[in-house]
Design a protein around this ligand. Sequence first.
Ligand SMILES: [Fe+2]
Length: 292
Amino acid sequence: MTIKIRDLEGPLGCEVLGLDPTRLLTQDELSAVNEAFLRRLVIRFRGAPMTPQQLCNISRQFGELQPHIAKKYRLPDTPEVVLMINQDEQGNFDKVGAERGVGWHSDLAYDWCPAKATLLHAVAIPDRGGNTSFLNAYLAWETMPEDLKRRVDGKLAAFRNGGRLGLNQGITPDAKDRLPDVVHPVIRTHPESGKKAVYANPYHAIAILGMTRADSDALLDELFAWCIQKQFQWDQVWQVGDTIMWENRCAWHSGNLDYPLDQLRKFYRTTIRGTTTVDRAVAEKQLAEAVY
Ligand SMILES: [Fe+2]
């Protein structure tokens, strides 16, 4: 095995050195990385610049790739790879592009089959700021006061891209223009580890089913305030050539806009397909009966 794996300091995170993007991981290396990923939720491959095709090849070792819904950001030669960039084709700052991924969330939680993992590879970064923050949602659950645990466990929630934040900012499109809402558990059991983690997140959760909107808002506010504590967080300070692979089933992440906005920030991204969290037919019925 030519790669080296070490835990990073903090509530999550692991670093892999010595990755060679021109070849695939060996079976031993893949097992070691998978073990580290399940245990530490975020893997950082450092010092390994790669092409979109190489990112695709390595990503595929962790599961089936899920193309992004926004076709305009897909790379033409490797459509499984999407460009995350803060400038338009003329090199001007692109607010919409820059704001993608800012706000605590996990990827594709607005889909019935949300993502298992996401890989993000740094091609160009600003000279300061623009870290990506991560949060251990197992830890948020495990350390939660019993009273709050009791009120959120076993509950289902409606999810939508933009969530309540989108509603508040008026950016959620009319019902006819957006994807139908989906349902996930507020507290999700991880399909591989069997452990519980907080799954409802501030950017996607709309309302807890079976509660009035006011009660649901109050409970979600309380839950999210608990989760976003610094003690559950770790920040990735990017270097060009870093690739981060993160958990979407038991970790949250958020981009930060605290960097000089006239500087280019460019990443390649792939998404690994996950599994469904509920019986869709049953959940659709509950969703249809819910008022929120
Ligand atoms: Fe994201």
